[in-house]
Design a protein around this ligand. Structure first.
Ligand code: IPE
Ligand code: IPE
Ligand code: MG
Length: 237
């Protein structure tokens, strides 16, 4: 019997519950987001220490623009601050940072900060930390289809030659393996437009823990649960 504990190679996280965490403490939602950013930092360390190779977190969705301008503004200020901190942390810990989603909608200084995070960490190898900002899986697929259509129109791609791999290669996550484990904090049982294509055979783990309370112990519990699963990809036993 295989008794060795398996560490998922790629862990994706829907970090949810910042607002509820703040509400429970009669604090503004923005303070929940600030705590949530601290948890992201800590989780980057914890994932690297656990031997996870790819960590992909959902930071801001294409739908999150519908929140109040006050909340969106507070989130943008947090991005500005934590992007700079993250650059230092990534450099110190040999972490490569990648950004997925459509960054063009952000202010210029945020776009520059995101570009810099990617460029200055591109040779790091311990952990690939991908952050999804202004990310929506349907929008990602729409942009991928647009790229593919342009190649077909230019005559560089034969429509008959389009495979599943062609589609994967045109998504923002090109080059990353599909997630093995998806963790959602804050108890909701939905995907919220996250990595729809990539999560086709991912194991799901949902916890009631609110994101600011997530920690190394909770990550360990999720890995334990993953080890109880018998992975199937449509095959017979
Ligand atoms: C997740 O926490 C963070 C973002 C979506 C930016 P929420 O802000 O969704 O927290 P809840 O779900 O309202 O508790
Ligand atoms: C998902 O959380 C998006 C992020 C974690 C960035 P939401 O709180 O926005 O999702 P819903 O609204 O509960 O589906
Ligand atoms: Mg939420």
């Amino acid at each position: 019997m295989d008794t060795e504990r398996k560490i998922p190679e790629h862990v994706a996280i829907i970090l949810d519950g910042n607002g509820r965490w703040a509400k429970k403490r009669h604090l503004p939602r923005s303070l929940g987001h600030r705590e949530g950013c601290r948890t992201v930092e800590q989780t980057v360390y914890d994932a690297a220490r656990a031997g996870i190779k790819y960590l992909t977190v959902y930071g801001f969705s294409t739908e999150n623009w519908k929140r109040s301008s006050e909340e969106v503004g507070a989130l943008m200020q947090l991005f500005r601050y934590y992007m700079k901190r993250l650059l230092g942390i990534a450099k110190e810990n040999n972490v490569r940072v990648k950004v997925i989603g459509d960054r063009s909608r952000f202010d210029e200084d945020i776009i520059e900060g995101l570009d810099r995070l990617e460029q200055e960490t591109e040779n790091n190898t311990r952990l690939i930390f991908t952050i999804a900002v202004n990310y929506g899986a349907r929008d990602e697929i729409r942009r991928a289809v647009q790229k593919i259509a342009k190649e077909v129109k230019a005559g560089t791609l034969d429509p008959e030659a389009i495979t599943e791999q062609t589609i994967s290669d045109h998504l923002d996550t090109a080059g990353l393996p599909d997630p093995d484990l998806l963790i959602r904090t804050g108890s909701e049982l939905r995907l919220s437009n996250y990595l729809l294509w990539q999560n086709a055979y991912t194991e799901f783990y949902v916890t009631d823990v609110l994101w600011p309370d997530f920690n190394a112990e909770e990550l360990d519990k999720a890995i334990d649960a993953y080890n109880q699963r018998e992975r199937r990809f449509g095959n017979a036993k």
